[in-house]
Design a protein around this ligand. Structure first.
Ligand code: PMP
Length: 401
């Protein structure tokens, strides 16, 4: 074996071991022994409230989607064993693409094996080394990785700041290549919502293209659940919407929808689309079913917003630091990593699972206890979670006793 092959991992080893000294359990190694329902899972043998699953509408446990998956496995087997451009397109894949296009009122849809690949595959098919990407500073890792794969020049603008984007576009107005702006609908760490209509105005002013990752907002925001673009009335100005099946839709996979007919050419140059196996048929069948449920059960969205408002108000009342947006992602900001580790462990011991998000993956390099709310949470489950947060914050001296 080549000497030094693992040398570059030494700094990671040191910081990981530092974390482990402060935490009785591995914060990156939580095992859900099994989900008991959408909102409760068995962790360390204990029934634990799930407040960090992105399963906003609880549809990962949909009866109808489970039945569709089982029936499809029986009929078609468990996998496609091939790429979409070879043997990996079944009529189900075509059907889901047509259905997604219909749901978004777009001409075309393209599905990927994960949401991560949807960002990589869309960005890298649209821009190359001669072009410029304008990325919100708080963009998800999959957007940054897509930028790298594309080879385009990257210009970051201040988070949620259309005026800053405007200035940066102005400075590059004579650049010869294409210019693509990428933002998210709801930001995954903080729950911040993009001022998308303002971004769309800036895009029009400069003749750029606009792509929005609605991973956390599809099924969640907008009268019909089409996300922030629908909510803010600017869908026609968004060129590409990217999203995932792994959150409100409860399965796995990703997509890009657009009115641009060039999508069929994108299928022939998008490496994360071409050089990987397509989604198995049972995943497509269950996603078709949860997509229908999102359409036919608007009450889920209403309940989700009620629940998000309840959790947000509870945290605020307890004196905890949260963002200003009421969205299904609600993060409590803490001061330092040792405090965050103590807090997160104490929550698990109290039977509550939330996501622990640590720097450098967080905005402002502050640790976050990231909660995601579900339509399926009961008022009692939310109140129990708020009470546990409030008690632990007092015990750790974060809020006044
Ligand atoms: N975009 C955003 C904003 C995300 O938060 C995530 C997942 N956390 C993804 C894309 C990737 O989605 P997936 O998990 O389906 O790969």
């Amino acid at each position: 074996m080549s000497e030094g092959i693992f040398d570059k991992l030494a700094p990671l080893k040191a910081s990981y071991e530092g974390l482990r000294e402060l935490s009785p359990r591995n914060p990156f190694g939580v095992v859900i022994e099994r989900p008991l329902s959408a909102t409760v899972g068995l962790i360390e043998g204990r029934e634990t409230l799930l407040f960090g699953t992105n399963n906003y509408l609880g549809l990962s446990q949909s009866e109808a989607a489970r039945d569709a998956a089982i029936e499809t496995v029986r009929e078609m087997g468990i996998g496609t064993t091939g790429s979409r451009i070879a043997n990996g397109t079944f009529s189900l894949h075509d059907r889901l693409e047509r259905r997604l296009a219909e749901v978004f009122h777009r001409r075309h849809a393209m599905i990927f094996s994960t949401g991560y690949q949807a960002n990589l595959g869309t960005i890298s098919a649209l821009v190359n080394k001669d072009d410029i990407l304008f990325l919100d500073a708080d963009s998800h890792a999959s957007i940054y990785d897509g930028a790298r794969l594309s080879g385009a020049q990257v210009i970051r603008f201040r988070h949620n700041d259309p005026a800053d984007l405007d200035r940066r576009l102005e400075r590059t107005k004579n650049a010869p290549g294409a210019r693509l702006i990428v933002v998210e609908g709801i930001y995954s760490m903080t729950g911040n919502i993009a001022p998308l209509k303002d971004f769309a105005d800036v895009k029009k002013k400069h003749g750029a293209a606009l792509m929005v990752d609605e991973a956390h907002s599809f099924g969640v925001l907008g009268e019909h659940g089409r996300g922030v673009a629908e909510m803010q009335g600017c869908e026609k100005d968004v060129d590409f919407i990217v999203g995932t099946f792994s959150k409100s839709l409860g399965t796995v996979g990703g997509y890009c929808v657009t009115d641009h007919d060039e999508i069929d050419l994108m299928r022939l140059c998008s490496r994360p689309y071409m050089f990987t196996a397509s989604l198995p048929p049972e995943i497509i069948a269950s996603t078709l079913t949860t997509l229908d449920e999102i359409q036919s059960r608007p009450e889920l969205r209403r309940q989700l917003h009620e629940n998000a408002a309840r959790l947000h108000a509870g945290f605020r009342k307890a004196g905890l630091k949260t963002g200003d947006f009421i969205s299904p992602v609600i993060a409590v900001t803490l001061e330092d990593v040792p405090q965050a580790l103590k807090f997160w462990n104490a929550l698990l011991e109290a039977g509550i699972y939330v996501n622990l998000s640590l720097p450098p993956a967080t905005p402002d390099n502050r640790p976050l206890l990231r909660c995601s709310v579900m339509a399926a949470h009961t008022a009692e489950q939310i109140d129990q979670t708020v009470d546990s947060f409030a008690r632990i914050a007092r015990e750790l001296g974060i809020t006044a006793a």
